[in-house]
Write a protein that binds this ligand. Structure first.
Ligand code: ATP
Length: 442
Protein backbone atom coordinates (compact mmCIF):
# COMPACT_ATOMS: atom_id res chain seq x y z
CA UNK A 1 0.00 0.00 0.00
CA UNK A 2 2.84 2.34 1.04
CA UNK A 3 4.70 1.38 -2.16
CA UNK A 4 1.59 2.24 -4.26
CA UNK A 5 1.28 5.72 -2.65
CA UNK A 6 4.98 6.42 -3.29
CA UNK A 7 4.57 5.49 -6.97
CA UNK A 8 1.52 7.74 -7.56
CA UNK A 9 3.33 10.66 -5.81
CA UNK A 10 6.28 10.25 -8.18
CA UNK A 11 3.86 10.16 -11.14
CA UNK A 12 2.21 13.44 -10.11
CA UNK A 13 5.57 15.14 -9.70
CA UNK A 14 6.66 13.81 -13.09
CA UNK A 15 3.54 15.09 -14.85
CA UNK A 16 3.79 18.54 -13.20
CA UNK A 17 7.44 18.93 -14.19
CA UNK A 18 6.60 17.77 -17.73
CA UNK A 19 3.76 20.30 -18.08
CA UNK A 20 5.97 23.12 -16.80
CA UNK A 21 8.78 22.31 -19.22
CA UNK A 22 6.27 22.05 -22.05
CA UNK A 23 4.81 25.47 -21.13
CA UNK A 24 8.20 27.14 -21.01
CA UNK A 25 9.12 25.63 -24.40
CA UNK A 26 5.80 26.78 -25.86
CA UNK A 27 6.27 30.39 -24.69
CA UNK A 28 9.83 30.35 -26.10
CA UNK A 29 8.52 29.08 -29.44
CA UNK A 30 5.87 31.84 -29.64
CA UNK A 31 8.44 34.53 -28.80
CA UNK A 32 10.81 33.23 -31.47
CA UNK A 33 8.00 33.12 -34.02
CA UNK A 34 7.02 36.74 -33.29
CA UNK A 35 10.63 37.90 -33.61
CA UNK A 36 11.04 35.96 -36.82
CA UNK A 37 7.84 37.34 -38.36
CA UNK A 38 8.58 40.93 -37.44
CA UNK A 39 11.99 40.59 -39.08
CA UNK A 40 10.77 38.96 -42.27
CA UNK A 41 7.53 40.81 -42.76
CA UNK A 42 7.91 44.59 -42.55
CA UNK A 43 4.45 44.92 -44.11
CA UNK A 44 2.82 43.84 -40.86
CA UNK A 45 4.25 46.72 -38.89
CA UNK A 46 3.93 49.06 -41.89
CA UNK A 47 0.19 48.59 -42.07
CA UNK A 48 -0.36 49.36 -38.43
CA UNK A 49 1.90 52.38 -38.11
CA UNK A 50 0.89 55.78 -39.40
CA UNK A 51 2.26 59.27 -38.82
CA UNK A 52 0.20 62.40 -39.29
CA UNK A 53 1.22 64.69 -42.12
CA UNK A 54 0.00 68.23 -42.27
CA UNK A 55 -0.57 69.40 -45.79
CA UNK A 56 -1.75 72.96 -46.17
CA UNK A 57 -3.77 72.88 -42.99
CA UNK A 58 -5.33 69.57 -43.83
CA UNK A 59 -4.40 66.58 -41.71
CA UNK A 60 -3.51 63.47 -43.57
CA UNK A 61 -1.57 60.38 -42.64
CA UNK A 62 1.32 58.55 -44.20
CA UNK A 63 1.92 54.84 -43.90
CA UNK A 64 5.33 53.96 -42.59
CA UNK A 65 6.92 51.85 -45.25
CA UNK A 66 10.28 50.19 -44.89
CA UNK A 67 11.69 53.27 -46.60
CA UNK A 68 9.67 55.89 -44.87
CA UNK A 69 10.47 54.44 -41.45
CA UNK A 70 13.99 55.69 -42.00
CA UNK A 71 12.70 59.13 -42.96
CA UNK A 72 10.05 59.59 -40.33
CA UNK A 73 11.37 57.53 -37.41
CA UNK A 74 12.36 60.71 -35.57
CA UNK A 75 9.42 61.31 -33.28
CA UNK A 76 9.82 65.06 -33.75
CA UNK A 77 8.85 64.54 -37.38
CA UNK A 78 5.16 64.35 -36.63
CA UNK A 79 4.48 67.10 -39.12
CA UNK A 80 5.95 67.21 -42.58
CA UNK A 81 5.56 70.21 -44.85
CA UNK A 82 3.97 69.87 -48.26
CA UNK A 83 7.24 70.82 -49.86
CA UNK A 84 9.10 68.09 -47.97
CA UNK A 85 6.59 65.44 -48.90
CA UNK A 86 6.78 66.60 -52.51
CA UNK A 87 10.53 66.26 -52.40
CA UNK A 88 10.19 62.75 -51.00
CA UNK A 89 7.61 61.94 -53.60
CA UNK A 90 9.87 63.10 -56.38
CA UNK A 91 12.82 61.00 -55.21
CA UNK A 92 10.48 58.07 -54.69
CA UNK A 93 9.55 58.27 -58.35
CA UNK A 94 13.13 58.52 -59.45
CA UNK A 95 13.77 55.37 -57.43
CA UNK A 96 10.77 53.65 -58.87
CA UNK A 97 11.87 54.43 -62.41
CA UNK A 98 15.19 52.80 -61.54
CA UNK A 99 13.28 49.73 -60.24
CA UNK A 100 15.16 49.90 -56.97
CA UNK A 101 12.20 50.48 -54.72
CA UNK A 102 9.03 48.98 -55.97
CA UNK A 103 6.62 50.57 -53.51
CA UNK A 104 8.53 53.71 -52.69
CA UNK A 105 5.51 55.84 -53.55
CA UNK A 106 3.76 54.64 -50.38
CA UNK A 107 5.54 57.63 -48.81
CA UNK A 108 2.61 59.62 -50.31
CA UNK A 109 0.44 58.26 -47.53
CA UNK A 110 -1.96 56.32 -49.75
CA UNK A 111 -2.11 52.54 -50.19
CA UNK A 112 -0.18 50.87 -52.98
CA UNK A 113 -2.37 48.03 -54.33
CA UNK A 114 -1.06 44.96 -56.08
CA UNK A 115 -2.21 44.17 -59.63
CA UNK A 116 -3.93 41.00 -58.31
CA UNK A 117 -5.95 43.01 -55.77
CA UNK A 118 -7.23 45.46 -58.38
CA UNK A 119 -7.82 42.70 -60.90
CA UNK A 120 -10.03 40.95 -58.34
CA UNK A 121 -11.73 44.22 -57.33
CA UNK A 122 -12.70 44.96 -60.94
CA UNK A 123 -13.79 41.39 -61.77
CA UNK A 124 -10.80 41.08 -64.12
CA UNK A 125 -11.35 44.58 -65.52
CA UNK A 126 -14.88 43.94 -66.77
CA UNK A 127 -16.63 46.77 -64.91
CA UNK A 128 -15.89 49.61 -67.33
CA UNK A 129 -17.59 52.93 -66.42
CA UNK A 130 -15.88 55.23 -68.85
CA UNK A 131 -13.00 56.06 -71.09
CA UNK A 132 -10.97 59.26 -70.92
CA UNK A 133 -7.79 60.60 -72.48
CA UNK A 134 -5.85 58.92 -69.68
CA UNK A 135 -7.31 55.45 -70.26
CA UNK A 136 -10.29 53.30 -69.20
CA UNK A 137 -12.00 53.75 -65.81
CA UNK A 138 -13.46 50.76 -63.90
CA UNK A 139 -15.75 50.46 -60.91
CA UNK A 140 -14.13 48.31 -58.22
CA UNK A 141 -14.97 46.74 -54.89
CA UNK A 142 -11.98 46.49 -52.57
CA UNK A 143 -11.61 43.60 -50.10
CA UNK A 144 -12.64 45.94 -47.25
CA UNK A 145 -15.96 46.48 -49.03
CA UNK A 146 -15.16 50.01 -50.20
CA UNK A 147 -16.31 50.91 -53.72
CA UNK A 148 -13.76 52.89 -55.74
CA UNK A 149 -12.99 53.93 -59.32
CA UNK A 150 -9.81 52.57 -60.90
CA UNK A 151 -8.24 54.57 -63.73
CA UNK A 152 -5.89 52.41 -65.80
CA UNK A 153 -3.04 54.13 -67.60
CA UNK A 154 -2.26 52.76 -71.02
CA UNK A 155 1.24 51.51 -70.19
CA UNK A 156 2.60 51.83 -73.69
CA UNK A 157 2.04 55.59 -73.56
CA UNK A 158 5.08 57.51 -72.35
CA UNK A 159 3.02 60.66 -72.04
CA UNK A 160 0.54 58.83 -69.88
CA UNK A 161 3.35 57.75 -67.58
CA UNK A 162 4.34 61.35 -67.09
CA UNK A 163 0.73 62.21 -66.31
CA UNK A 164 0.62 59.38 -63.84
CA UNK A 165 3.62 60.77 -62.01
CA UNK A 166 2.10 64.25 -62.00
CA UNK A 167 -1.17 62.86 -60.64
CA UNK A 168 0.50 60.95 -57.82
CA UNK A 169 2.68 63.92 -56.89
CA UNK A 170 -0.30 66.25 -56.79
CA UNK A 171 -3.05 64.10 -55.43
CA UNK A 172 -1.05 62.35 -52.74
CA UNK A 173 -0.86 65.61 -50.83
CA UNK A 174 -4.28 67.07 -51.57
CA UNK A 175 -7.43 66.36 -49.62
CA UNK A 176 -10.64 68.33 -49.87
CA UNK A 177 -14.31 67.39 -49.78
CA UNK A 178 -14.86 69.03 -53.15
CA UNK A 179 -12.03 67.22 -54.94
CA UNK A 180 -12.13 63.64 -56.25
CA UNK A 181 -9.42 62.44 -53.88
CA UNK A 182 -6.90 59.78 -54.79
CA UNK A 183 -7.23 56.86 -52.36
CA UNK A 184 -4.64 54.46 -53.78
CA UNK A 185 -2.50 53.51 -56.73
CA UNK A 186 -0.78 50.55 -58.34
CA UNK A 187 2.62 50.30 -59.99
CA UNK A 188 2.76 46.51 -59.84
CA UNK A 189 4.14 44.45 -62.76
CA UNK A 190 4.45 47.49 -65.02
CA UNK A 191 0.75 48.39 -64.62
CA UNK A 192 0.04 51.97 -63.65
CA UNK A 193 -3.34 52.61 -62.03
CA UNK A 194 -4.96 55.27 -59.91
CA UNK A 195 -7.66 54.51 -57.35
CA UNK A 196 -10.20 57.25 -56.67
CA UNK A 197 -13.18 57.84 -54.44
CA UNK A 198 -16.17 56.44 -56.37
CA UNK A 199 -18.67 59.05 -57.47
CA UNK A 200 -21.91 57.14 -57.89
CA UNK A 201 -23.85 59.85 -59.71
CA UNK A 202 -21.36 60.23 -62.56
CA UNK A 203 -20.40 63.45 -64.27
CA UNK A 204 -22.27 66.75 -64.30
CA UNK A 205 -22.23 66.53 -68.11
CA UNK A 206 -24.20 63.27 -67.99
CA UNK A 207 -26.87 65.02 -65.87
CA UNK A 208 -27.06 68.08 -68.09
CA UNK A 209 -26.96 66.32 -71.46
CA UNK A 210 -27.58 62.59 -70.94
CA UNK A 211 -30.89 60.74 -71.09
CA UNK A 212 -30.20 58.64 -68.00
CA UNK A 213 -31.04 61.19 -65.31
CA UNK A 214 -33.89 63.51 -64.35
CA UNK A 215 -33.18 67.20 -65.16
CA UNK A 216 -31.23 68.88 -62.36
CA UNK A 217 -33.31 71.20 -60.18
CA UNK A 218 -32.34 74.85 -59.83
CA UNK A 219 -31.26 74.36 -56.22
CA UNK A 220 -28.97 71.41 -57.16
CA UNK A 221 -27.35 73.54 -59.87
CA UNK A 222 -26.61 76.33 -57.40
CA UNK A 223 -25.22 73.93 -54.80
CA UNK A 224 -23.04 72.23 -57.47
CA UNK A 225 -21.70 75.67 -58.50
CA UNK A 226 -20.68 76.42 -54.92
CA UNK A 227 -19.09 72.97 -54.42
CA UNK A 228 -17.00 73.38 -57.58
CA UNK A 229 -16.00 76.91 -56.59
CA UNK A 230 -14.85 75.63 -53.19
CA UNK A 231 -12.79 72.83 -54.75
CA UNK A 232 -11.16 75.30 -57.13
CA UNK A 233 -10.55 77.82 -54.37
CA UNK A 234 -8.66 75.08 -52.50
CA UNK A 235 -6.53 74.30 -55.57
CA UNK A 236 -5.70 77.99 -56.05
CA UNK A 237 -5.19 79.06 -52.44
CA UNK A 238 -5.15 75.98 -50.20
CA UNK A 239 -2.43 74.02 -51.97
CA UNK A 240 1.20 75.09 -51.79
CA UNK A 241 2.38 75.64 -54.44
CA UNK A 242 -1.02 76.50 -55.87
CA UNK A 243 -2.49 74.29 -58.56
CA UNK A 244 -4.12 75.40 -61.79
CA UNK A 245 -6.71 72.93 -62.98
CA UNK A 246 -6.44 73.84 -66.69
CA UNK A 247 -9.42 71.77 -67.77
CA UNK A 248 -12.54 72.82 -65.89
CA UNK A 249 -15.61 71.52 -67.76
CA UNK A 250 -18.82 69.69 -66.95
CA UNK A 251 -17.35 66.23 -67.67
CA UNK A 252 -14.65 66.85 -65.07
CA UNK A 253 -17.17 67.56 -62.33
CA UNK A 254 -18.36 64.36 -60.63
CA UNK A 255 -21.33 63.89 -58.30
CA UNK A 256 -21.63 61.65 -55.25
CA UNK A 257 -24.74 59.86 -54.03
CA UNK A 258 -26.01 63.01 -52.30
CA UNK A 259 -25.39 65.05 -55.47
CA UNK A 260 -22.51 66.91 -53.87
CA UNK A 261 -19.98 67.89 -56.54
CA UNK A 262 -16.24 67.29 -56.66
CA UNK A 263 -13.64 68.50 -59.12
CA UNK A 264 -11.84 65.66 -60.94
CA UNK A 265 -8.84 65.35 -63.21
CA UNK A 266 -6.63 68.04 -61.73
CA UNK A 267 -3.03 66.96 -62.07
CA UNK A 268 -4.12 64.95 -65.06
CA UNK A 269 -3.10 68.00 -66.99
CA UNK A 270 -3.65 67.86 -70.70
CA UNK A 271 -0.33 69.66 -71.01
CA UNK A 272 1.43 66.49 -72.05
CA UNK A 273 -1.31 65.47 -74.43
CA UNK A 274 -1.11 68.73 -76.33
CA UNK A 275 2.61 69.26 -75.99
CA UNK A 276 3.32 67.81 -79.40
CA UNK A 277 0.81 70.11 -81.10
CA UNK A 278 2.17 73.15 -82.91
CA UNK A 279 -0.09 75.57 -81.05
CA UNK A 280 0.87 74.13 -77.66
CA UNK A 281 -2.62 74.94 -76.40
CA UNK A 282 -3.87 73.02 -73.37
CA UNK A 283 -7.47 72.60 -72.28
CA UNK A 284 -10.81 72.03 -73.96
CA UNK A 285 -12.24 74.09 -76.79
CA UNK A 286 -15.00 76.43 -75.66
CA UNK A 287 -13.71 76.74 -72.10
CA UNK A 288 -10.40 78.40 -73.00
CA UNK A 289 -9.55 81.87 -71.76
CA UNK A 290 -9.08 84.11 -74.85
CA UNK A 291 -6.28 85.96 -73.07
CA UNK A 292 -4.45 82.68 -72.57
CA UNK A 293 -4.88 81.91 -76.27
CA UNK A 294 -3.19 85.19 -77.20
CA UNK A 295 -0.49 85.28 -74.50
CA UNK A 296 0.04 81.51 -74.10
CA UNK A 297 0.24 82.15 -70.36
CA UNK A 298 -2.22 80.19 -68.24
CA UNK A 299 -3.15 81.86 -64.93
CA UNK A 300 -5.62 81.36 -62.08
CA UNK A 301 -7.89 83.76 -63.97
CA UNK A 302 -7.85 81.35 -66.93
CA UNK A 303 -9.42 78.72 -64.63
CA UNK A 304 -11.88 81.44 -63.54
CA UNK A 305 -12.86 81.95 -67.19
CA UNK A 306 -13.59 78.21 -67.57
CA UNK A 307 -15.58 78.32 -64.33
CA UNK A 308 -17.67 81.19 -65.78
CA UNK A 309 -18.44 79.03 -68.82
CA UNK A 310 -19.40 76.17 -66.46
CA UNK A 311 -21.78 78.50 -64.56
CA UNK A 312 -23.50 79.42 -67.82
CA UNK A 313 -23.66 75.71 -68.68
CA UNK A 314 -25.51 75.10 -65.40
CA UNK A 315 -27.89 77.97 -66.12
CA UNK A 316 -28.57 77.25 -69.77
CA UNK A 317 -28.20 73.45 -69.91
CA UNK A 318 -26.11 73.64 -73.05
CA UNK A 319 -22.39 73.29 -73.61
CA UNK A 320 -19.97 75.47 -75.57
CA UNK A 321 -20.17 73.13 -78.56
CA UNK A 322 -23.93 73.79 -78.66
CA UNK A 323 -23.40 77.54 -79.04
CA UNK A 324 -23.57 78.39 -75.34
CA UNK A 325 -21.43 81.52 -75.50
CA UNK A 326 -23.18 82.91 -78.58
CA UNK A 327 -26.44 82.43 -76.66
CA UNK A 328 -25.00 84.36 -73.71
CA UNK A 329 -23.71 87.23 -75.87
CA UNK A 330 -27.08 87.49 -77.65
CA UNK A 331 -28.82 87.93 -74.29
CA UNK A 332 -26.62 90.91 -73.46
CA UNK A 333 -27.13 92.79 -76.74
CA UNK A 334 -29.04 96.05 -76.37
CA UNK A 335 -29.20 95.82 -72.59
CA UNK A 336 -27.41 98.45 -70.54
CA UNK A 337 -26.72 97.15 -67.05
CA UNK A 338 -29.88 95.09 -66.69
CA UNK A 339 -29.55 91.85 -68.66
CA UNK A 340 -32.68 89.73 -68.74
CA UNK A 341 -30.98 86.40 -68.12
CA UNK A 342 -34.32 84.54 -68.04
CA UNK A 343 -34.13 84.07 -71.79
CA UNK A 344 -31.10 81.78 -71.56
CA UNK A 345 -32.43 79.54 -68.76
CA UNK A 346 -32.59 75.79 -69.42
CA UNK A 347 -36.10 74.97 -70.64
CA UNK A 348 -36.01 71.64 -68.77
CA UNK A 349 -36.37 73.63 -65.52
CA UNK A 350 -39.95 74.42 -66.64
CA UNK A 351 -39.68 77.89 -65.18
CA UNK A 352 -38.87 76.53 -61.71
CA UNK A 353 -36.04 78.80 -60.67
CA UNK A 354 -35.49 81.84 -58.50
CA UNK A 355 -35.25 84.90 -60.78
CA UNK A 356 -33.19 86.99 -58.37
CA UNK A 357 -30.76 84.14 -57.79
CA UNK A 358 -30.52 83.55 -61.54
CA UNK A 359 -29.70 87.21 -62.23
CA UNK A 360 -27.09 87.32 -59.46
CA UNK A 361 -25.38 84.10 -60.58
CA UNK A 362 -25.48 84.96 -64.28
CA UNK A 363 -23.98 88.41 -63.55
CA UNK A 364 -21.19 86.69 -61.62
CA UNK A 365 -20.62 84.25 -64.50
CA UNK A 366 -20.47 87.19 -66.91
CA UNK A 367 -17.74 88.81 -64.81
CA UNK A 368 -15.80 85.51 -64.89
CA UNK A 369 -15.78 85.46 -68.68
CA UNK A 370 -14.60 89.08 -69.04
CA UNK A 371 -12.03 89.20 -71.84
CA UNK A 372 -9.69 91.13 -69.56
CA UNK A 373 -8.43 88.70 -66.95
CA UNK A 374 -7.78 91.38 -64.36
CA UNK A 375 -11.47 92.30 -64.37
CA UNK A 376 -12.45 88.74 -63.45
CA UNK A 377 -13.05 87.87 -59.78
CA UNK A 378 -10.75 85.43 -58.00
CA UNK A 379 -12.00 81.98 -56.93
CA UNK A 380 -12.02 83.38 -53.38
CA UNK A 381 -14.33 86.25 -54.43
CA UNK A 382 -16.52 83.75 -56.27
CA UNK A 383 -16.95 81.48 -53.23
CA UNK A 384 -17.89 84.52 -51.14
CA UNK A 385 -20.32 85.82 -53.75
CA UNK A 386 -22.04 82.44 -54.27
CA UNK A 387 -22.29 81.86 -50.51
CA UNK A 388 -23.86 85.31 -50.09
CA UNK A 389 -26.33 84.67 -52.92
CA UNK A 390 -27.37 81.36 -51.35
CA UNK A 391 -27.68 82.88 -47.88
CA UNK A 392 -29.83 85.73 -49.16
CA UNK A 393 -32.01 83.30 -51.01
CA UNK A 394 -32.49 81.14 -47.92
CA UNK A 395 -33.51 84.10 -45.79
CA UNK A 396 -35.88 85.30 -48.54
CA UNK A 397 -37.45 81.84 -48.66
CA UNK A 398 -37.75 81.68 -44.86
CA UNK A 399 -39.40 85.12 -44.84
CA UNK A 400 -41.89 84.04 -47.52
CA UNK A 401 -42.68 80.84 -45.61
CA UNK A 402 -43.29 82.68 -42.34
CA UNK A 403 -45.49 85.21 -44.18
CA UNK A 404 -47.66 82.53 -45.69
CA UNK A 405 -47.90 80.84 -42.27
CA UNK A 406 -49.13 84.14 -40.73
CA UNK A 407 -51.72 84.56 -43.49
CA UNK A 408 -52.92 81.02 -42.90
CA UNK A 409 -53.29 81.61 -39.14
CA UNK A 410 -55.31 84.78 -39.77
CA UNK A 411 -57.63 82.99 -42.20
CA UNK A 412 -58.31 80.22 -39.67
CA UNK A 413 -59.07 82.80 -36.96
CA UNK A 414 -61.45 84.61 -39.34
CA UNK A 415 -63.26 81.41 -40.19
CA UNK A 416 -63.75 80.72 -36.48
CA UNK A 417 -65.10 84.21 -35.78
CA UNK A 418 -67.54 84.13 -38.70
CA UNK A 419 -69.79 81.95 -36.59
CA UNK A 420 -69.78 84.64 -33.90
CA UNK A 421 -70.41 88.34 -34.63
CA UNK A 422 -70.55 89.52 -38.29
CA UNK A 423 -69.65 93.16 -37.38
CA UNK A 424 -66.58 92.09 -35.42
CA UNK A 425 -65.67 89.72 -38.25
CA UNK A 426 -65.75 92.57 -40.81
CA UNK A 427 -63.48 94.64 -38.56
CA UNK A 428 -61.05 91.74 -38.04
CA UNK A 429 -60.91 91.15 -41.77
CA UNK A 430 -59.83 94.76 -42.34
CA UNK A 431 -57.17 94.57 -39.60
CA UNK A 432 -55.84 91.29 -41.01
CA UNK A 433 -55.50 92.78 -44.51
CA UNK A 434 -53.61 95.76 -43.10
CA UNK A 435 -51.23 93.49 -41.14
CA UNK A 436 -50.50 91.33 -44.18
CA UNK A 437 -49.80 94.35 -46.42
CA UNK A 438 -47.52 95.91 -43.84
CA UNK A 439 -45.61 92.67 -43.28
CA UNK A 440 -45.07 92.17 -47.00
CA UNK A 441 -43.78 95.73 -47.35
CA UNK A 442 -41.31 95.05 -44.53
N1 ATP B 1 -14.06 58.66 -59.46
C1 ATP B 1 -14.96 58.32 -60.37
N2 ATP B 1 -16.14 57.81 -60.01
C2 ATP B 1 -17.08 57.49 -60.92
N3 ATP B 1 -16.90 57.65 -62.25
C3 ATP B 1 -15.74 58.15 -62.69
C4 ATP B 1 -14.70 58.51 -61.78
N4 ATP B 1 -13.66 58.99 -62.51
C5 ATP B 1 -14.04 58.94 -63.79
N5 ATP B 1 -15.29 58.45 -63.92
C6 ATP B 1 -16.04 58.29 -65.16
O1 ATP B 1 -15.18 57.70 -66.11
C7 ATP B 1 -15.29 58.38 -67.35
C8 ATP B 1 -13.92 58.75 -67.89
O2 ATP B 1 -13.33 59.66 -66.98
P1 ATP B 1 -11.96 60.40 -67.28
O3 ATP B 1 -11.77 61.33 -66.16
O4 ATP B 1 -10.91 59.38 -67.53
O5 ATP B 1 -12.19 61.13 -68.64
P2 ATP B 1 -13.08 62.40 -69.01
O6 ATP B 1 -12.93 63.43 -67.94
O7 ATP B 1 -14.47 61.95 -69.32
O8 ATP B 1 -12.40 62.88 -70.35
P3 ATP B 1 -10.99 63.59 -70.54
O9 ATP B 1 -9.96 62.59 -70.16
O10 ATP B 1 -10.98 63.92 -71.98
O11 ATP B 1 -10.97 64.80 -69.65
C9 ATP B 1 -16.19 59.57 -67.15
O12 ATP B 1 -17.41 59.28 -67.78
C10 ATP B 1 -16.42 59.67 -65.69
O13 ATP B 1 -17.77 59.94 -65.44
Amino acid sequence: MKKMRGMSGALIVGITVGVMIGGVLGVCAVCMLIRYRSKCSPNLSRRAATVPIRVNDVDSSANLSEFSVGRYSDSSLGQVSARTSEGNAMSAWVDMEGHKRKNAASAFGIPNYSYRELEKATCSFTTLIGQGAFGPVYKAQLSNGETVAVKVLATDSKQGKREFQAEILLLGRLHHRNLVNLVGYCTDKGHLMLVYVYMSNGSLASHLYGQKHEPLSWDSRVSIALDVARGMEYLHYGAAPSILHRDIKSSNILLDQSMRARVADFGLSREQIFKSHASNVKGTFGYLDPEYLSTKTFTKKSDVYSFGVLLFELIAGRNPLQGLMEHVELATIGTEDEVGWEEIVDSSLNGKFDVEELNDIASLAYQCINHLSKKRPSMRDIVLALSRILKLNHSRKRHKESMSATEEEITIELQKSETRDPTVMEFQKKVATDITTQSVEI
